[in-house]
Design a binder for this molecule. Sequence first.
Ligand SMILES: [Zn+2]
Length: 432
Amino acid sequence: MYDIALKHGHVYLDGGFKKTNVYIKDGIIACITDAILDANDAVDITGKELFPGLIDPHVHFDLDLGFIRSKDDFVGGSKAALFGGVTTVIDFLEPTRDKDALLPALKRRLNEAKDTYVDVKFHACIANPKGDLKTYVKTMKSLGLNTLKLFTTYSESNRRTENQAIETLLTLSKSYDFLLLAHIEADDMIDLNPEFKAKDLPLSRPKEAEVKEALNIAEMVEKTQGYLYMVHCSSGTTIESLKARYPNLLNQHMFVESCPQYFTFTNDHLTGINGHLYTCAPPLRSQAEQDLLASHIADFETIGTDHCAFNAADKDTPYLKDMPLGIGSIEQSFQIMYTKFGLKMIDKMSKNVANRFKLEKKGQIKVGYEADLFVYEKSDTKINPPHGHTDYNLYKDLPVNGQIIHTIKSGQFAVKNQTLCKTLPKGRWLSS
Ligand SMILES: [Zn+2]
């Protein structure tokens, strides 16, 4: 007797659909067969699509910016994630300068995430490091962390990592088998004019800063043959330039992520009365840049959200210098990207993320894999009111090609018929 049967659905297997039945037992995908077998909870999903639970590689729940925290914590944020078909997220430790700060940073985050309803992995985060980088990396690995994020900018808050350290970390990424993540903008091209407002964000953080630094880092990746993952690529010129100059690095040594906001909104949105609601870093780009970005969709390894949600009033400050930057989209990301790009989105939001970040038995519908799944019903519809903790969402009411009906997490319904289940499976920390 199986726990759950999902019968007659269009099941996403090996890059396409197959009409079959999926059976779940003890949190695992136990059987995929055309036969009808007994199950305690048999759900007919005829005409609907069954996908692997999504893995969002770039999330900021309960992020402490010093003067404010992001509004979705691990409880509210993970509930919103489940409505969006997301069953695993990768969040970040606070930036650390030396190895001794890593364990306290991890403990703090594990405590903040203790009541999560989705599984959580953490990227370690380094800022203007002091001391021996090899020891730092060894400590990081010993704590069960195998990804490390750095910033090439934010020198004003002492978070920038300089080229020499980046090169060392890239070299170490080979010998110590970890993936280096980078927030890529050329620090010397960022203008933090205190009088800049939301509409000035493209002047403050121009696309040229991203393009220049991406090529600079790519040169270091080529020299060291290390492994680098570029977070939140915002401009089409960046990915086009990388592909033109370093075709052999892309998706071999250098992996690029983009986010739904860069395919959905443009910098025109920053000029209106609600421009502050659209601020994020790197910023939204022009329509031409968005079109170019979309034309390179095949070159992106993953789609992450950079989910960092605030209330409208939090962002309603006259000047950029006082404004928390960030947009929330964890619940809407799949609908938006699937509507725009179709089936080619699935692996970029599940299998590729699992592979890149070494999440075993996740990201695919396969016998023996974790039973993290969601059911999608195609229809001409629009984005539902969101379930997160914030009082606005930029994606609300946008037209999409369907709705997420059920989400199954660890072999248990978490969302059923678009309603959150009373008993939710608890999420767990995924250490490496
Ligand atoms: Zn981010």
